[in-house]
Design a protein around this ligand. Structure first.
Ligand code: ADP
Ligand code: MG
Length: 234
């Protein structure tokens, strides 16, 4: 019975997720359908305008699907000892232009002899991208984001502190629920993916925040394989 309960819980979550995805994708699809019709008798400038809107709707669908790939597809994942320093550096490089435009400085502090973590490189990269992107997006302009990495016994702790808008208290508990977003162009899937990745890594992720002042995200990743074998889901 326990097994059954667990399975049905999984199905409920899956059903909710599927309903959410269907809903989120139907909106841009409906709009695309409408504009396709309009396009028939449109000409000149207005045609270009329609095409621009259609492109942005397509981008939105693409983004949603892209974020979901990671949770939806049983990928061939390989756990290995992974160098966080390299991952962090490449992620910072990737998002730096976005930060510079807003006058945001990203400060990275890490020990020289930081141990490797036991994980899937691409997933950890995805995790950092999603978190750092949120940090940058939370800040209007100017300020500092600090990324700190340190060893904590058999774990590596990474802390991301931003000086952004913060998260309301009653929202902190529900972070990770799909499709919660406060952004015009948000997908509300980034954190769900982060939680999923942390679960697969037997890691931990914690948010603390003060509205109007900023948010701190603490991530704990193990430096060695977990003692018991991984659950197999499929
Ligand atoms: P998205 O970024 O597409 O909105 P996420 O799942 O990444 O989706 O984040 C969900 C929501 O959580 C965001 O819209 C925002 O309201 C809140 N949030 C996440 N990270 C931060 C942060 N560092 N500062 C303020 N709000 C945040
Ligand atoms: Mg995000």
């Amino acid at each position: 019975t326990e097994e059954l309960i667990r399975k049905s819980e999984k199905l409920t979550v899956l059903g909710e997720l599927a309903a959410g995805v269907a809903h989120e994708i139907r909106n841009p699809l409906t709009s695309l359908k409408g504009f396709t019709k309009l396009l028939h008798d449109a000409d000149g400038d207005i045609k270009g305008e329609y095409l621009r809107i259609m492109e942005s709707e397509l981008n939105r669908i693409n983004e949603i699907v892209g974020e979901l790939m990671l949770v939806a597809k049983p990928q061939a994942v390989s756990f290995e000892y992974t160098n966080l320093k390299e991952i962090i550096n490449s992620v910072v490089l990737l998002l730096e232009t976005q930060a510079i435009i807003k006058n945001i400085q990203i400060i990275v502090k890490m020990e020289d002899d930081l141990p490797h973590v036991y994980g899937v490189e691409n997933q950890i990269k995805q995790l950092f991208i999603n978190l750092l992107k949120n940090a940058i997006e939370s800040m209007e302009q100017e300020g500092i984001i600090t990324l700190e990495l340190e060893r904590k016994n058999n774990l590596v702790q990474m802390t991301i502190q931003d000086q952004g808008c913060g998260i309301p208290k009653d929202r902190l508990k529900t972070l990770g629920e799909p499709f919660y977003t406060t952004k015009d162009k948000g997908t509300g899937l980034g954190l769900m993916v982060c939680f999923k990745i942390m679960e697969e890594h037997s890691g931990k992720i914690e948010f603390s925040s003060e509205e109007g002042r900023g948010t701190k995200v603490e991530v704990l990743l193990p430096t060695s394989p977990p003692p018991k074998p991984f659950k197999t889901h499929r």
